[in-house]
Design a protein around this ligand. Structure first.
Ligand SMILES: [Zn+2]
Length: 487
C-alpha cells in the first residue's frame, strides 16, 4: 500500500480520553487511512515519531479570529500551538451577518475596524473564508450583538417585536447557511439591556437546526449564579444545548466560589445539555470596561485609540502620572483594551479540571499587546497544568481540546485519531511542550510543537509554518444535541 504520509512509532493520544498507546499512523487523501503496524508500507513522506505524542489537532472552541482568518490566513498564533480548527463568532460578536452604519460598537471593535466588516450575509462570510484558504479549519457562530447592531438604532435598550423578528430572520438564514448556533455577550453594555425574553425568542430558531447556544454570561461577578440560571433557562426554552463561555469567578469579592458554579453546572447537566469552556490563566482580557475598573487588583492597558503610547502599562501608573482618579484615566483612554488580573488561581484550576470544561483560548488577535492566551493557551494546559502540576493526565488534557470539543460542536470525523477521520494532527514532545508567551512578552510561539497537519497536509514543521493553507470552512453538520449525550 502506498500512503501519502506515514508517522511511525508515535505515542498516540487519540482524543477520546483513553491513555496513550504506541502505533503507526498512515494518511491518504487528507484522512487517517490506517492505525497500527504498517512496517511493510511506503509513503511519500515518512516521519519517525519515537518519543513524541501524536494527538488530534487542537480545536480552539472560543476565538475571536473571525476576520483575521481572512486577512492573515497563516494564523501563526494558533497553528504554532497545534490548533487545527477555530470556532469564531463568540461572545455575541461575529463578522457576519453584519451591515455597519459607522464604527463597530464595543466590543465588536475587538474584531477589527469598520473596514473588516464586509459580510452582510453569513454566506458571504463563508465564501470569503473559503476564498482566503486559511491554514486551519473555521466554524462559526452568529453573534447576538452583531444582529442587534444591524437592526437597533440604540443598543442600550431591549429590541422591539419587529426588531426581534428581523433578527430571527437573519439568524435563520445564517443557520441555513451553516452557522453552528447563536452566541451572546450579555455582560457588555451593547447587549446588557436585552431582556431574557429577547434572547429566548432568538434562541427559538435553534431547535429546528439542532444548533447550539453559547453565552458570555450577563455577569461573571457576584450575580454569576443567577446569570448561569438565565443561560440554562434560555436553552431549556429553546430545546438547545448551552455552552457557558470562559466560565470564571471574576472580581476579588467572588473568589473561591468555583465549587458553587460547578455544582450548578452539574445540577443542570442532569436535565439538559450543558458544557463550558475556559482558558488557563487567572487574568481576563477584553475592551476596557468602566464597570470593571477597580484598585482591588492589577489592570494593564493593552491598547488605547487616543493614547496608543500606554500599551502594556498599568492603569494605576497611568492615573498616577496624569494625577487623576483611576476611573477618569480609564475614561480618557477609551476606546481601549485591558488585561484584568481579577481571578483566583484555585478557581481557574478547579474549572479547568472539571469534566464538563473544554479549552478555548479567547485570544484577541487584533490586540497589539495581547493577553498571552492568544499564543499559549493550549501548550500551557499540556505543559504547565498537566505535566508540571499534575492537574490531570495528558490524555485528559488532550481530550478537553479535541474529542470533547468536536462532540459538543458536532464537528464530524474530527477531534479523534480514528481510521476514516480527517487527518488533523499535532505531533509534540511531551517533555518539552510549554507556553513561552507571557504577560510581558506575549507574542511568542510555544516550544515542543514538532508538527501540525491540517486535512492531511503538513503545515508546521520543527517550529516553523511552511506556508501550507489546507484549512476549510466547516458548516454545521447534523444535530449538535447528539454530542452532549456522550461523556
Ligand atoms: Zn467573552
Amino acid at each position: 500500500m502506498q500512503y501519502h504520509t506515514l508517522i511511525r512509532n508515535a505515542s498516540i493520544i487519540d482524543g477520546s480520553n483513553r491513555p496513550a498507546y504506541l502505533a503507526d499512523v498512515a494518511i491518504v487523501d487528507g484522512r487517517i487511512a490506517r492505525i497500527g503496524d504498517v512496517q511493510g508500507a511506503r509513503a511519500e513522506e515518512e516521519i519517525d515519531a519515537a518519543g513524541r505524542v501524536l494527538a488530534p489537532g487542537f480545536i480552539d472552541v472560543h476565538t475571536h479570529d473571525d476576520t483575521v482568518v481572512i486577512r492573515q490566513p497563516q494564523l501563526l498564533p494558533k497553528l504554532s500551538q497545534g490548533v487545527t480548527t477555530v470556532i469564531v463568532g463568540n461572545c455575541g460578536i461575529s463578522a457576519s451577518p453584519v451591515s455597519l452604519r459607522g464604527a463597530p460598537p464595543d466590543p465588536m471593535n475587538l474584531l477589527g475596524t469598520a473596514a473588516a466588516f464586509v459580510y452582510p450575509r453569513f454566506s458571504d462570510y463563508r465564501a470569503a473564508v473559503q476564498a482566503a484558504q486559511p491554514c486551519l479549519n473555521v466554524a462559526a457562530l452568529v453573534g447576538h450583538t452583531a444582529l442587534r447592531s444591524n437592526h437597533l438604532d440604540d443598543l442600550s435598550r431591549t429590541a422591539t417585536p419587529d426588531e426581534i423578528s428581523a433578527m430571527r430572520g437573519q439568524l435563520r438564514e445564517s443557520l441555513e447557511a451553516g452557522a453552528l448556533g447563536l452566541s451572546t455577550g450579555l455582560a457588555y453594555a451593547s447587549a446588557f439591556n436585552a431582556s431574557t425574553d429577547e434572547v429566548q425568542q432568538l434562541a427559538e430558531e435553534l431547535a429546528a437546526f439542532g444548533a447550539v447556544y453559547t453565552t458570555h454570561l450577563r455577569s461573571e461577578f457576584e450575580p454569576v449564579l443567577e446569570a448561569m440560571d438565565e443561560a440554562f433557562r434560555i436553552a431549556r426554552h429553546a430545546s438547545s444545548p448551552v455552552i457557558i463561555s470562559h466560565l470564571k469567578c471574576a472580581g476579588a469579592g467572588n473568589w473561591g466560589r468555583s465549587p458553587q458554579l460547578l455544582a450548578s453546572l452539574e445540577q443542570a447537566a442532569h436535565t439538559q445539555a450543558v458544557a463550558c469552556d475556559c482558558y488557563p490563566y487567572a487574568a481576563s482580557s477584553s475592551t476596557l470596561d468602566l464597570k470593571q475598573v477597580t484598585d482591588a487588583h492589577r489592570i494593564t492597558i493593552t491598547w488605547s485609540t487616543p493614547h496608543p503610547e500606554v500599551s502594556g502599562r498599568d492603569l494605576l501608573d497611568i492615573a498616577a502620572q496624569w494625577d487623576v482618579p483611576l476611573l477618569d484615566a480609564a475614561r480618557r483612554l477609551q476606546p481601549a483594551g485591558a488585561v484584568y488580573y481579577g481571578m483566583d488561581e484555585a478557581d481557574v484550576r478547579r474549572i479547568l479540571a472539571h469534566p464538563l470544561s473544554m479549552i478555548g483560548s479567547d485570544g484577541l488577535p487584533e490586540d497589539p499587546f495581547p493577553h498571552p492566551r492568544l499564543w499559549g493557551a493550549f501548550p500551557r494546559v499540556l505543559g504547565h497544568f498537566s505535566r508540571d502540576l499534575g492537574l490531570f493526565p495528558l490524555h485528559t488534557a488532550v481530550h478537553k481540546m479535541t474529542g470533547l470539543s468536536a462532540a459538543r460542536f458536532g464537528l464530524q470525523q474530527r477531534g479523534e485519531i480514528r481510521e476514516g477521520f480527517w487527518a488533523d494532527l499535532v505531533l509534540f514532545d511531551p517533555l518539552r511542550v510549554r507556553d513561552v508567551a507571557d504577560f510581558t512578552d506575549p507574542q511568542r510561539s510555544a516550544e515542543g510543537i514538532d508538527g501540525v497537519w491540517v486535512n492531511g497536509v503538513r503545515s508546521y514543521v520543527d517550529g516553523q509554518a511552511n506556508g501550507a493553507r489546507a484549512g476549510r470552512f466547516l458548516p454545521r453538520e447534523g444535530d449538535l444535541r447528539v454530542g452532549f449525550s456522550r461523556p
